[in-house]
Design a protein around this ligand. Sequence first.
Ligand SMILES: [Zn+2]
Ligand SMILES: [Zn+2]
Length: 325
Amino acid sequence: MTVSSPGSPGAGVLEAERKSADSAPRGTLGGERKHAAEQIALALFIGVPFLALVAAVPVAWGWGLSWRDVVLAVVMYAITGHGITIGFHRYFTHGSFKAKRPVRIALAIAGNMAVQGPLVRWVADHRKHHKFSDKEGDPHSPWRYGTGVGALSKGLWWAHMGWLFDVEQTSQEKYAPDLLKDRDMIRVSRQFPLWVAVSLAAPALVGGLWAWSWQGAVTAFFWAGLVRVAVLHHVTWSINSICHAAGERPFKSRDRSGNVWWLAIPSMGESWHNLHHADQTSARHGVLRGQLDSSARTIRWMEKLGWVWDVRWPDRERVAARRAA
Ligand SMILES: [Zn+2]
Ligand SMILES: [Zn+2]
């Protein structure tokens, strides 16, 4: 453990937990600790899309960016981004609604396609974040090193992406036992590499067929594959870094979560993060007038179609009770 709180179990207990975990079905291919190969794969999956992002501007000048690539990138961003916000986050982590089995599986697949790690690992990390938010034990708090300018800039880097390279993994048995009881979810979670491949191959295939050229496949792979993954990575990570260091705090929460308006559209409503920490199971994060939340809108459509039910919509009194004085 890189962080240990006074109340955390001793090393012996952790060792016992690890041993018992060896026999249990795991929701990911890796174990409770990351191996060197996993660290390298992680660095590649973060680094290559990011290099694509850096290269994007000069490449756009040289090749031209077609409308076809823009359409494919936006569609892929919306599918995989909502896979994270609606699927991994509001549904699997927080249980904001119930879903039919095919919808449950589709949400797990769409979230995997965002290339942010397998379902079970993502959910375990995020539940731990809520349990300890901005205290010792939080896997990604920007306040980890203290409150000075130097400490905060180091902390922001940690919260944004440094934490991903921590070899210590959140216990899946402890934080995601519900998912480990579900065979389908274990299967999809362990299929993570497959869905990463699909996520990158699908836009190339569609782009190639649409343009009926190899160049169409290559540009679609670049824009709707790599660049799209990189942009979504950094938007999602901004919720962990920026939304725990900046923004308005109109609601009562026991951490430093804030509402950051300018991230509302790219984050699909997740940047109303102060409300989320104040009312974790709410299916809508943008509860105040004018707060855009495309994830909540999509959940509403799915509810009308009968795909999901028991949606935890916020009501006026609930929101009012959580207002900061
Ligand atoms: Zn959450
Ligand atoms: Zn948070």
